[in-house]
Every structure is written in structure tokens, then in C-alpha cells.
Write a protein that binds this ligand. Structure first.
Ligand code: BGC
Length: 331
């Protein structure tokens, strides 16, 4: 090749390289610029914090699901925060942090003690709306409660025990946490339902720390310390599952009559298998959905109902086919 030819070939290659390089820069910039612009364009109307009992708790994930769907629908930025394992102090600290972050609204489970009420006051003073969900503290300045009528739900469990058993019943209760407002109400409702029935005697109440393993241990001790126990009532979502394990671990040929709480898939399959007799249903997805919906009602200064119960019912084998509840009975 002569030197002129070589120069022409080099010039062609250089030209192709320059054209491709410019195209790459142009289209690359276009692509990234558009993406960046789209990300920064997402502007929400409100910022709401949903403070959970436990991040990762299956029951609370259903509340989150309902809340998130509604938040997306209403152009709300929903922040789901809380402790990894239930801890009231941590929930209160999270609430304080959310107030400092100037969110528009806080959805939180009602907590016991003065500090909770003080924090609600602090929020209200800063124009932050508070809705309680799942458990209520009516004597606080929260505007709305969305959730189960917990006393009534406990009564329902007591009545179910009376209606569905024969002969003397010695009852052990496994409760999630002694200081949970809603679980205390469930135990009270249960006690009031069985109070006048001589056939039913409450023997003892133990705590599960709202974990499956805790419920298994509580059940094991209940049965070992009180061999006469032939009925069990679990007040929170994972208690039923743990209670079945505790009964197995305790051995013996006793098969206690078990009433649990909530309709998590594992509970439903234990009912189908006959290990749990009945469960009290709650509507956590609806709680989440309604709490966000009602938060917007408050922010738009529309009229509102302070108490919004989401219903309860009893689910037994008759209402389940292939792991699915065929019809959710509501009271
Ligand atoms: C209760 C919640 C609790 C959950 C624990 C539910 O039955 O309503 O308050 O956090 O159980 O798994």
C-alpha cells in the first residue's frame, strides 16, 4: 500500500470511530438524562409513616400491603418503619423521629403508657395527624382508630369455646404480650364470655413474645404445670402455630381444643388438618387500606368517624377448602 492509500484508510477508520463515538455519547446521554429526570419528577402529595409492631411480622406485612396499595392509588409516599422485634421503646423513638422528620401523618398501633399520649400531643401540635391501627388508645388525641373491636373478638373466642365443647374445660391462654392494649382487651372479652359458665375454668395465662417459638414454650409449660388443661386460646397471630408445636412437644395423649387468632396460611392449614378447632379472623389488609384512606380524609379536613371497626368472625374447617377460606364470616 502506498503512503497515500494508507492515509486514506486511516482517515476512513478515524471517521467511523468519531461517528460511532459521537453517537454513543449522544444516545448514552439521552438515556441517562431521561432516567434521571423521571426519578426526580416523582412528586408525592403526602408523606405518611406506618409504624409497625415488627418489620417482618407476617400479620403486619398484610397491613402494609393494604396501606401500600392505597398509598400508590392516592399518590402518597408511605414509609414502613419499626423495630425488627417488638419493642415499645423503639416504637416510641421511631414515632418521635417521624415527628422530627415532619411527615404529614403517622399510622401506629396504640401503645400503653403516658409517653405515647405525649407524643401524639407533640404530633398534633405540629399539625401531624395520628391514626391508631390494630390497637386503640381512645383517651389520646388520635383522631381515628381503624381495626378490630378487640374486646368483642375475645368474647367471640370465649363463646366459640362454650358452643363447640362438651364437659369440663380447663383453659390455658397464650397471649402475645402482657402489655399490648389489644391483647389485654381480647383476654378480658374472653374472660367475660366464660365468667358465668361453670363448665369452663381459666387456669393460667402465659406470654409468647408474639413469636411461634415463644408460643410453643408457653404451651409446653402450661401443659406440664397443669396437666388438666384441655383447651387453649391464643390471642395473637403466631400463637396458634406455636401452640400446636407446644402440644406435640409436651407429648401425652391429650389433644386440647385450640382456638387461635388470625388467618395466616399456616393457621389455616392447621385448621384443615384438625389441629386447631377455630380461629378468630381479622382484616389486616383492610385495616392498612382504610388507615391510609382515612388519613387523606383528615388532611383534606373532611368529616370523619373516630372509630372504624374492620370486623371479626370465626373460621373453622367448614369455611376452608384447599387452604382457602371460602367465605369470611363477619360479626
Ligand atoms: C395482633 C397484633 C400483633 C400480631 C402479632 C395480631 O393478632 O392484632 O397486634 O402484632 O398479632 O403477630
Amino acid at each position: 500500500m502506498t503512503s497515500i492509500h494508507r492515509k486514506i484508510v486511516y482517515a476512513i477508520f478515524a471517521g467511523i470511530f468519531l461517528i460511532s463515538f459521537s453517537l454513543m455519547l449522544f444516545y448514552g446521554k439521552e438515556t441517562f438524562y431521561v432516567e434521571k429526570e423521571a426519578a426526580s419528577k416523582q412528586v408525592y402529595d403526602y408523606h405518611i409513616a406506618l409504624i409497625t409492631e415488627e418489620v417482618g411480622n407476617e400479620y403486619w406485612s398484610v397491613i402494609e400491603k393494604g396501606a401500600m396499595k392505597e398509598a400508590v392509588r392516592q399518590n402518597v409516599y408511605l414509609e414502613y418503619v419499626g423495630p425488627r422485634q417488638t419493642d415499645n421503646e423503639e416504637k416510641l423513638e421511631t414515632m418521635d423521629r417521624m415527628i422530627s422528620a415532619k411527615v404529614d401523618g403517622i399510622i401506629i398501633q396504640g401503645l400503653p403508657g403516658e409517653r405515647f399520649k405525649e407524643l401524639i400531643r407533640k404530633a398534633v401540635d405540629r399539625d401531624i395527624e395520628v391514626i391508631t391501627v390494630d390497637a386503640d388508645v381512645p383517651e389520646s388525641e388520635r383522631k381515628i382508630y381503624v381495626g378490630t373491636d378487640n374486646y368483642k373478638a375475645g368474647m367471640l373466642a370465649g363463646k366459640a369455646l362454650i358452643e363447640r365443647t362438651e364437659g369440663k374445660q380447663y383453659v390455658g391462654i397464650v397471649t402475645g404480650l402482657f402489655d399490648s392494649v389489644n391483647l389485654q382487651q381480647r383476654v378480658e372479652g374472653f374472660k367475660d364470655a366464660i365468667r358465668d359458665d361453670d363448665r369452663i375454668a381459666l387456669i393460667d395465662v402465659k406470654e409468647s413474645a408474639i413469636t411461634e417459638i415463644g408460643a410453643a414454650q408457653a404451651t409446653y409449660s402450661l401443659l406440664k404445670e397443669n396437666p388438666q388443661i384441655n383447651a387453649l386460646f391464643g390471642t395473637s397471630a403466631l400463637d396458634g402455630i406455636g401452640m400446636v408445636q407446644g402440644v406435640q412437644e409436651a407429648g401425652g395423649n391429650q389433644r386440647p381444643f385450640i382456638i387461635s387468632f388470625d388467618t395466616l396460611p399456616q393457621t389455616i392449614s392447621l385448621i384443615e388438618q384438625g389441629s386447631i378447632a377455630a380461629t378468630i379472623s381479622q382484616y389486616p389488609e383492610e385495616m392498612g387500606r382504610k388507615a391510609v384512606e382515612q388519613m387523606l380524609v383528615l388532611m383534606q379536613r373532611k368529616p370523619y368517624e373516630p372509630i372504624q371497626h374492620t370486623g371479626t368472625g370465626i373460621v373453622t374447617k367448614e369455611e376452608i377448602i384447599n387452604g382457602e377460606i371460602i367465605q369470611l364470616p363477619q360479626e
